[in-house]
Design a protein around this ligand. Structure first.
Ligand SMILES: C[S@@+](CC[C@H](N)C(=O)[O-])C[C@H]1O[C@@H](n2cnc3c(N)ncnc32)[C@H](O)[C@@H]1O
Ligand code: SF4
Ligand code: SF4
Length: 290
């Protein structure tokens, strides 16, 4: 088992969002984790396991009034923080140690396409935030959802980013979650608009995974203890069967995650990839029905 993943936690404090993207797959539930609940969970985890970084996602975390205070508390403890955000809410000045933060901003391609999904003016807003972040010394990279329509724009998109930021920007491409994912996921299962945002077919996904950095990565290994806004803990950010909850003993959570990986190894013994904690799901790429 690649034990390094245990040094990272993934936390979704809320699902609420300021945008209403046409192809977003997540349900906008009302659950919200408080800073205290999050810090208690992290502190208990750190009692038994070395922790290097925490990745926050949502919903939109910058909607939370006290979110910058949570980041500051963690970076003061030496924990590196990653934030997945749509980049339309600027709270950068409230963050004290920019060099301890990696902003992962979602940009879905060139301006016209991005704004079709995320709403007019939002491409420029997110780019402006990233330009400011660059000046302030934040680390940053980009997540980008891929459909049939923007697949062919990827080279132009990367060139445009290089022009804007004066350097190559790391982009992780997310094939639009396939129907097989949406049909199996109990919570994140919103289909959204298809016209103008068609799902990639298997061959296109395979090609994309072989040529670019993607999520999930082609060799998997994308598991990590993941706390969701409803207090359930999964073995990865796309998990469908909990391995514990916010009150569970951290050792038990880690043992459950290791058991999931052992089950993967049993199923795919000899397979060279780094494994998945949802062997019958695999983000909708499993061949198993149901
Ligand atoms: C649910 S969002 C939450 C964070 C933030 N609101 C944002 O948009 O970056 C997390 C990531 O999922 C991506 N995403 C949203 N809908 C998707 C879909 N249908 N397929 C694949 N990725 C998707 C977003 O682009 C983002 O990078
Ligand atoms: S993709 Fe992100 S910004 Fe868009 S609606 Fe979903 S959570 Fe909000
Ligand atoms: S379900 Fe498997 S492939 Fe998908 S994110 Fe989780 S560990 Fe990775």
């Amino acid at each position: 088992m690649k034990i390094n993943q245990l040094k990272h936690l993934y936390i979704n404090p809320l699902e609420r969002c300021n945008l209403n993207c046409k192809i977003c797959y997540t349900k906008k539930t009302k659950f919200v984790l408080s800073n205290q609940e999050i810090l208690d969970f992290i502190n208990r985890y750190q009692e038994i396991q070395e922790l290097e970084s925490v990745t926050f996602c949502g919903g939109e975390v910058f909607l939370l009034k006290d979110f910058p205070a949570l980041i500051n508390e963690l970076t003061k403890k030496g924990v590196f923080v990653q934030i997945i955000s749509n980049g339309t809410i600027d709270r950068l000045e409230e963050i004290e140690q920019s060099n301890m933060v990696n902003l992962i901003i979602s940009i879905d391609g060139l301006e016209e396409y991005h704004d079709q999904n995320r709403g007019a003016g939002n491409f420029q807003k997110s780019i402006t935030l990233l330009q400011k972040a660059q000046k302030l010394g934040f680390h940053f990279e980009i997540f980008s959802i891929v459909t049939k329509e923007n697949l062919k724009q990827i080279n132009d998109f990367e060139q445009e980013l290089e022009k804007i930021f004066g350097k190559k920007i790391v982009v992780t491409y997310h094939p639009r979650k396939p129907m097989s994912y949406l049909q199996k996921h109990p919570i994140s299962n919103i289909v959204g608009r298809v016209e103008g945002f068609n799902f990639l077919d298997k061959e296109e996904i395979k090609q994309l995974m072989s040529k670019r950095q993607t999520f999930p990565p082609k060799d998997l290994g994308c598991f990590q203890v993941s706390l969701m806004s409803d207090g359930q803990v999964y073995g990865c950010c796309e998990g469908i069967r909990p391995i514990g909850n916010i009150k569970s003993n951290s050792e038990e959570i880690i043992t459950s995650l290791k058991n999931r990986l052992a089950a993967w190894d049993d199923k795919y013994y000899g397979h060279k990839c780094a494994g998945c904690v949802e062997k019958d799901f695999v983000c909708g790429f499993s061949s198993k029905k149901g």
